[in-house]
Design a protein around this ligand. Structure first.
Ligand code: C2E
Ligand code: CA
Ligand code: CA
Length: 274
């Protein structure tokens, strides 16, 4: 109590947590300068053929003392402190660099944060990476989450249009976890819908989830958008997705994220042939 109607809350551990956070920010700066990040790639498999059509790039940070720090921990911090644009730029450049060494039918999917989507620089960074590495723009896809679409819808829609005009594809990530998912499908043009893992998990034992999943795939077909299920871990889930006509799958069953040499990337193909 500070007296005269004033009080100060003491949150146990708050000071420590703030200091901890500042350490992470400093270390993120350091990692950017010292090539501290790497990309892992997880295969995306076409369900009807079992052929690997591309890979999603997932950032990895091997911290000098903490070891591997999960992106779910440091990406939100990078977003808050404004470092995400520089990190995102590195991700785009390195994903395109690696793509240039893969066979030409493969694509790469790159995660893009809300802050990146709001900035004018994104289209520029994509164009630059595509030119520098001499790849076809159609082989690059960006993934944006529903939460990134919330504010300034007009501007976001314009940005998405600009990105698609240069030939880069756009996927809606974590579909179904945000708010007004269906209106996003109505208001923005996507090339792919990535159905969140939570739908895939529950569809196996819950008929209502199954009905919703079937509905999403149906809407995708109506809109001419690829449907893609995330987090597929079991054979049963795969069979079910095949039955309802989902176009693509990704998940531990068909391949974990790997930090590869290019040989490894090529070897992933046709994992589902059987
Ligand atoms: P996301 O984009 O939804 O990526 C899918 C996450 O699920 C990845 O976790 C992946 O390793 C994991 N996963 C894949 N298959 C399975 C499965 O069968 N079961 C389960 N339980 N999980 C599976 P990861 O790599 O830890 O990434 C977490 C999140 O961090 C990503 O979610 C994405 O939102 C963000 N992220 C990762 N890389 C980047 C990046 O380069 N830029 C930005 N802005 N965000 C990134
Ligand atoms: Ca993603
Ligand atoms: Ca996702």
């Amino acid at each position: 109590r500070l007296g005269r109607r004033r009080a100060q809350a003491y949150v146990p551990g708050l000071a420590e947590r703030l200091a901890e956070r500042q350490h992470i920010v400093d270390d993120l700066h350091e990692a950017l300068q010292t090539a501290g990040f790497t990309l892992a790639f997880q295969p995306v498999v076409q369900l009807s053929t079992g052929i690997t059509t591309g890979y999603e790039a997932l950032i990895r940070w091997n911290h000098p003392t903490r070891g591997w720090v999960p992106p779910a921990l440091f990406i939100p911090i990078a977003e808050e402190c404004g470092l995400i644009e520089d990190i995102g730029r590195w991700v785009i450049m390195d994903a395109c660099r690696q793509l240039s060494g893969w066979s030409s039918h493969l694509h790469v999917a790159i995660n893009v944060s809300a802050a990146q989507l709001k900035s004018e620089a994104l289209v520029h960074h994509l164009t630059q990476a595509i030119l520098v590495h001499g790849i076809a723009a159609e082989r690059v896809e960006i993934e944006i989450t529903e939460t990134a679409l919330i504010d300034d819808a007009d501007r976001t829609a314009a940005t998405i249009d600009r990105i698609r005009r240069i030939g880069v594809k756009v996927a809606l990530d974590d579909f179904g976890t945000g708010q007004s998912s269906l209106s996003h499908l109505r208001d923005f043009k996507f090339d792919r819908i990535k159905i969140d893992r939570s739908f895939v998990v529950r569809a196996g034992f819950d008929p209502r989830s199954m009905a919703v999943l079937r509905g999403i795939v149906g809407v995708g077909k109506e809109l001419g958008v690829l449907t893609h299920a995330e987090g597929v871990e079991t054979r049963d889930q795969l069979d079910l997705l095949r039955m309802i006509g989902c176009d693509a799958v990704q998940g531990y069953l068909v391949g974990r994220p790997v930090t590869p040499g290019n040989e490894q990337i090529e070897r992933f193909e046709r994992v589902l042939q059987k």
